[in-house]
Design a binder for this molecule. Structure first.
Ligand code: SF4
Ligand code: MG
Length: 314
């Protein structure tokens, strides 16, 4: 049984002038225990809305989300609150989860207080342990978020996310605001924590290079749909979808044997308010055919674990 199973998830928002935007438009995905699934795509493609819908921070319009076999969309609010202990979110900006007026120790103890865990001394000990786990000095507990660098603040954000020993951690662009050298330190910390704590990750980024470094499998998202899913290795060496190829063109390839000429991505993603007919990528696709303008491609399995939505594989 997978840890997480998402089936035909749809999340839509009303438009001011009438009609609806389908920010998430029929997404299927699964996550095994101990696995990292990367979700990659340009900003506005629906990645953040997708994971917020999975956690029910946004209410989906239809579909199914099963966590350890339990239907999350059918849970009452109190049952959902208890379940949230198992599913934590790390934001791009760690200040989104750290109150600048509170010491780091207070922010880290807060989830323990909310869930009624431990007395004051036990919580203090847990906070010290959490800080050490993410590579910070336990003395950080008495300091304030503004006293730390961006990378240190993200370590604190991660410490808060693991405070309740969750099973699933959703990371929404966790290193996008950091310098490249700091990015790899935080990615290494995340990979280390996953092993030590037995975590599973949904890892969102617009940067395919970052996603490749940390993911076991990758799902590529475009305009509310998953257009390709494969192992990270397969997706990087043998992408099938023209959109994935274009994203790869932007990733520096240190190994010249693997450096191929790829057409970079042209233009902006279309507005989800007025999605193109047929394949939503057709206005930007260098390989578009007549059928692409008329018919939405269905998912095709190319090999075990490698799925694509594109008429080139009809
Ligand atoms: Fe390009 Fe057509 Fe494939 Fe869409 S279906 S990605 S337009 S070739
Ligand atoms: Mg986002």
């Amino acid at each position: 049984q997978p840890l997480l199973l998402v089936e035909n998830l749809v999340t839509s928002f009303p438009l001011e002038g009438g009609g609806r935007i389908h920010a998430v438009n029929g997404v299927d995905l699964g996550l095994q225990r101990g696995e990292t699934l990367g979700i990659v795509g340009e900003s506005g493609c629906g990645k953040s809305t997708l994971v917020r819908s999975i956690l029910r921070l946004v209410e989906p319009a239809s579909g199914r989300v099963r966590f350890e076999g339990e239907d999350l969309l059918g849970l009452s609010k109190p049952a959902l609150r208890r379940r949230r202990r198992d599913m934590q979110l790390v934001f791009q900006d760690p200040m989104a989860s750290l109150d600048p007026r509170f010491t780091v120790g207070r922010s880290l103890a807060e989830p323990l207080v909310v869930h009624g865990l431990g007395n004051r001394a036990e919580r203090q000990a847990r906070v010290a342990e959490l800080l050490e786990t993410v590579g910070l000095d336990p003395g950080a507990a008495s300091r304030y978020p503004h006293e730390f660098s961006g990378g240190q603040r993200q370590r604190i954000g991660i410490a808060r996310a693991i405070a309740l020993a969750p099973k699933l951690v959703v990371l929404d662009e966790p290193v996008s605001a950091l310098d490249v050298s700091i990015q790899s330190q935080v990615l290494n910390l995340l990979m280390d924590l996953k092993e030590r704590l037995g975590l599973s990750y949904l890892f969102i980024s617009h940067d395919l290079g970052v996603v490749h470094a940390i993911s076991d499998r990758v799902a590529v998202m475009y305009l509310g749909r998953i257009v390709e899913t494969a192992s990270a290795e397969r997706l990087f060496t043998d992408p099938a979808h023209p959109y994935t190829e274009a994203l790869l063109a932007a990733v520096p390839q240190p190994d010249p044997a693997r450096r191929r000429r790829r057409a970079p991505l042209e233009g902006e993603p279309p507005s989800p308010e007025r999605p193109p007919s047929g394949c939503p990528f057709h206005p930007r696709c260098p390989k578009a055919m007549a059928v692409c303008r008329a018919v939405v491609p269905e998912p095709r399995q190319l090999s075990a674990g490698h799925e694509v939505r594109c008429h080139l594989y009809g």
